[in-house]
Ligand binder design. Structure first.
Ligand SMILES: Nc1ncnc2c1ncn2[C@@H]1O[C@H](COP(=O)(O)OP(=O)(O)OP(=O)(O)O)[C@@H](O)[C@H]1O
Ligand SMILES: [Zn+2]
Length: 574
């Protein structure tokens, strides 16, 4: 048994997430955590909403709510959707928590003591009409390089050049449109990442050998471009305050830490939140997961490629600068993009399928399976309703669901409500056992390697093997000449259903519970199966009472498909 710490990139608070966010961070983390728990490991899966920053303030303004109230509501709304997706977080916290504030302030003080923070005066755009300093991306204007007239103050989307807001020609506020902008001098804290470049490089060399290429190549690219000192504070009302004991002047001016500084620290903050809400009698030692935990805890992070630099380079730089033994990541699982018909999912343009709407259409398991089976691992992958429909109908309805229903209904009709006995297992069952054991080993190997598409393919192959066995034995024919032969086939198939219930749980937990619940098996607490059990296929003995669960997966019809296309926009919308 090992201790596994798992985190997924924090979903930002400003709205309900889309399917891209789901498959690029939380869902694979949940699948992996469930798998590890089933294999008997001690797992802590932590996530939280990322609540600070200007977009949260603006979203609150739009909703007509104070920002803290807005965040509470938005957190609860996201949480409800994640419950619908059966994301089994050990804790789902909030980056605006007291715990995160304390740890963030502690980190800043330590970095300061160690000479990695410096106060610098910078010139920043202030908008009197908005009554605030404008973060770079909220200043718009014409790009001095290519003339694009909607360039943002941090970058020109058209020519991709990195910009400073003061580079823009004819700058205006992206919030109010006001062009009466002033440049004011204001003091901020800078994290001297340039001083940590060498240490980060050494750390990456030591740790990244087994990372997916996507993660390590992004990290290397950032290091090659060089780590720059970055401002880690902002003039905002909403954020972790700069501690007054260390920076009285900045604290008095109301400066807060910039969201990219406090967000990754919330992985630790949320772990403390988890410990602080321990029920009576349960002790939760948050620090043992994070402090002096290098030899004892394996830490895996999940995120899509835009978040990789923060997790592989910038947050490790922060941690290295602390000169305290905080746990650093061991494995960074990075994802490419899920696209919607080849185009971008967009929260701001409400383009694509959002997680709340997805659950209105079909239950979580349908989405979980589809998203994992087509996860954007080696490349971007495209969501289309046509692909989704084909996958659900073929794999879930025809291959798995139909098998379960057919076997249980037929057996009940012919042999009643208990698993029938029949002949002893013969050659076909021995061959099946070998095949299942081989496929299960493949599934385990892909899960351990965090190769989610391949793991889903191995699971699908396990389901298919059951169908092939059933077709070959054809109990509906056997019953006519040798009922004991049909009974053996059905008993073996029912053992497959029970095995599917166990091994499919990481991907489709609700359906797995329904399959397992079909059998009244005393003391059925097994979380995984040994290869001996697989080969014998006899965990469910003759005489076990069973019920036929409702149809596990409904097929998506042509009319359903039409209605989804009409509701969400299909190819024509791309
Ligand atoms: N299309 C996508 N495919 C895969 N992962 C994505 C996609 N879009 C965002 N992510 C990931 O989702 C996680 C949560 O992202 P976050 O809430 O910060 O939204 P975001 O990155 O601003 O995305 P968007 O603006 O599209 O909502 C991050 O790990 C991010 O990398
Ligand atoms: Zn440009």
């Amino acid at each position: 048994m090992a201790r596994h710490l798992v985190t997924s990139a924090l979903p930002y608070i400003n709205g309900i997430k889309h399917l891209g966010n789901m498959v690029g961070s939380m869902l694979p983390a949940d699948v992996y955590s469930r798998y590890l728990r089933q294999r008997g490991h001690d797992v802590l899966y932590i996530c939280a909403t990322d609540e600070h920053g200007t977009p949260a303030e603006l979203a609150a303004q739009e909703a007509g709510l104070p920002v803290d109230q807005f965040c509470t509501q938005a957190h609860d709304a996201q949480r409800a959707v994640y419950d619908g997706f059966e994301l089994a977080f050990d804790y789902f916290g909030r980056s605006s928590s007291q715990q995160n504030m304390e740890i963030t302030q502690h980190f800043a003080r330590k970095l300061n003591e160690n000479g990695f923070i410096e106060e610098r005066a910078i010139r920043q755009v202030y908008s009197p009409a908005d009554g605030r300093f404008l973060p770079d991306r909220y200043v718009e204007g014409t790009c001095p390089h290519c003339g694009y007239d909607k360039a943002r103050g941090d970058q020109c989307e058209n020519c991709t050049r990195v910009l400073d807001p003061t580079d823009l020609i004819g700058p205006r506020s992206a919030i109010s449109g006001s062009t009466e902008l002033e440049v004011r001098e204001t003091k901020h804290l800078f994290l001297l990442q340039s001083k940590l470049q060498h240490e980060v490089e050494e750390w990456i060399d030591a740790v990244s050998a087994e990372w997916p290429q996507l993660s390590s190549s992004i990290a290397r690219k950032w290091l090659t471009e060089g780590l720059h000192d970055r401002a880690i504070t902002r003039d905002l009302d909403w954020g972790v305050p700069v501690p007054a004991d260390t920076w009285p002047e900045l604290a008095a001016e109301g400066k807060v830490f910039y969201v990219w500084f406090d967000a990754p620290i919330e992985y630790i903050g949320a772990t403390k939140e988890w410990a602080d809400v321990a029920p009576d009698g349960e002790s939760r030692d948050w620090k043992s997961w994070w402090y002096e935990a290098d030899d004892d805890v394996r830490y895996t992070q999940f995120m899509a490629k835009d978040n990789v630099p923060f997790h592989t380079v910038m947050f490790p730089a922060t941690e290295l600068g602390l000169r305290e033994p905080w746990k650093k990541v061991d494995f960074v699982k990075g994802f490419n993009w899920l696209t919607y018909y080849g185009g971008k999912f967009s929260t701001s343009q409400k383009r694509g399928v959002f997680t709340d709407a997805a659950l209105e259409v079909l239950p979580g398991d349908y989405w979980r399976y589809f998203l994992i089976a087509s996860a954007p691992e080696s490349d971007d992958s495209s969501f289309t309703w046509e692909h989704f429909t084909a996958t659900v109908n073929k794999d879930l309805a025809d291959t798995l669901g139909n098998f379960v229903n057919r076997v249980l209904s037929f057996s009940r009709k012919r042999f009643g409500d208990e698993v029938p006995a029949g002949h002893a297992a013969g050659e076909a069952e021995a061959k099946l056992g070998e095949e299942i054991a081989r496929l299960l080993a493949e599934y385990e190997e892909q899960m351990e390697a965090l190769q989610f598409r391949k793991a889903a393919a191995a699971l699908r192959a396990l389901w298919s093997a059951g169908n092939s066995y059933l077709e070959e034995k054809a109990p509906w024919l056997e019953i006519k000449t040798d009922p004991d032969a049909a009974a053996l086939t059905l008993r073996t198939a029912m053992n497959l259903i029970h095995l599917y219930a166990i091994v499919s749980e990481p991907l489709i937990p609700a359906s797995a519970a329904a399959m397992r619940g079909a059998f009244a098996l005393a003391g059925d607490t097994a979380t995984w199966v040994t290869s001996e059990q697989v080969k014998a296929l006899d965990i469910v003995p003759a005489g076990t009472a069973f019920t036929v669960p409702p149809v596990l997966f409904l097929k998506i019809t042509e009319e359903d498909l039409e209605s989804y296309r009409a509701r969400f926009g299909g190819a024509g919308n791309a």
